[in-house]
Design a protein. Structure first.
Length: 348
């Protein structure tokens, strides 16, 4: 792998608009919701935008983590991102905690965020409603403000995410607008990039709920690094509906609709064409075929991830270079912000 050479588009350049996104280092494997809802778009957007993608290790700390497992996940995240097509020659791929400007800007943004505004964010609200306010950390409370800082530092045009991040994007835009209004125009307003078709992949066993690491049962979630035959089994035993027709109907038949979405996204075949192909056939045929599609997709992904995990020094190098590229942009934004709010930089 060579890393330093700019691509033709970069070299030819006026700078392309930026895209930025992040994923938490909270699981040993990404799942299909992460991949289809967000990560695939990261890969596609590398073509026409200047990409900044990061592993949100600081966000992971907002709930208790085992330090050893977190350290391992850091590498697993990096390897998976590269295996799915994030190209370190084109994208700045980095780790959030390697760029201290993220926490530095967070403080400034926290000072313009209302307490009530932060309290309304669903993650904190849900956890404190379920387990009591003292079960949630101050970190969890401030989580969306760190996310706003992650985004605004890079002044991106788009932020490719799943539907569940929309509220955080709205807060980010509100804070950007408030800062611009109170001081001077500093932040363009970032736009969420959320696909209607795959923005919310649901749990295979509970198809009205989001597929999620924290809430799904093991059989409800397809992990990208699972043994392929385990994933195939999960697909074959996914909950389907009572109408016995392979037809997309999000409300009436959420189970088969979710599977149609996954099938269509993995093969590029339109949902309407799949409906036609399976007209008169049962759910069993459909699920058997989808199970094969899933095996064909995850097998090379898993092999490539494992290969990359064998060379940690290479991954360290990629992340180091990514952090350097990120800091170049982030430090400029932070200097402007400090200046605008009236903080005086130390004299040399
Ligand atoms: P995280 O780590 O929970 O998820 C990573 C991405 O996967 C998407 N996603 C889904 N999309 C569709 N269907 C699903 N079932 C599904 N589950 C997860 C998420 O929407 C997300 O895009 N707060 C973020 C991480 C973050 C971030 C940022 C994102 C930190 N800073 C700055 C963008 C910009 C999170 O917890 O994502």
């Amino acid at each position: 792998m060579s890393h330093q050479t700019p691509t033709a588009a970069q070299a030819a350049g006026p700078a392309r608009p930026r895209v930025l996104s992040g994923i938490q280092a909270t699981a040993d494997s990404f799942h299909f919701g992460n991949y289809l809802g967000a990560l695939r778009q990261w890969v596609d957007l590398q073509e026409d935008y200047q990409p900044f993608f990061f592993i949100a290790d600081l966000h992971a700390l907002t709930v208790p983590q085992d330090p050893k497992a977190l350290r391992e996940r850091f590498y697993r995240c990096a390897a998976q991102l590269i295996a799915m097509g994030i190209d370190p020659d084109r994208s700045a791929l980095f780790v959030q905690s390697h760029v201290p400007e993220h926490t530095q800007l967070t403080w400034v943004l926290e000072c313009i965020t209302g307490f009530g505004e932060a309290r309304r964010m669903t993650q904190f609200k849900d956890k404190s409603a379920k387990e009591g306010e003292s079960a949630a950390s101050v970190g969890l409370f401030a989580y969306p403000i760190l996310q706003a800082a992650d985004i605004l530092l890079y002044r991106p045009k788009y932020v490719p995410v799943g539907e569940d991040q929309r509220q955080h994007l709205e807060l980010t835009r509100d804070l950007a607008q408030r800062f611009n209004h109170r001081y001077k125009k500093t932040f363009p307003l970032p736009e969420p990039y959320i696909l209607k078709s795959t923005g919310r992949i649901t749990d295979l066993q509970n198809p009205t709920a989001k597929m999620s690491k924290t809430n799904s049962s093991a059989s409800g979630i397809v992990e990208m690094l699972d043994e392929p035959k385990v994933s195939a089994k999960k697909i074959r035993s996914a909950v389907t509906d009572s109408q016995a027709q392979v037809r997309y109907d999000d409300e009436g038949q959420p189970g088969i609709s979710n599977l149609l979405t996954i099938y269509s996204a993995l093969t590029g075949t339109k949902v309407a064409d799949l409906e036609q192909q399976y007209a008169g056939k049962g759910y069993g045929d459909f699920k058997g075929d989808l199970a094969e599609v899933v095996v064909d997709f995850v097998t090379p992904f898993r092999d490539r991830t494992n290969e990359l995990l064998d060379d940690r020094a290479e991954l360290d190098g990629v992340l180091r270079r990514g952090a350097e590229q990120a800091r170049e942009v982030a430090s400029r934004t932070l200097a402007e912000v400090y200046d605008r709010v009236g903080l005086v930089r130390p004299t040399l």
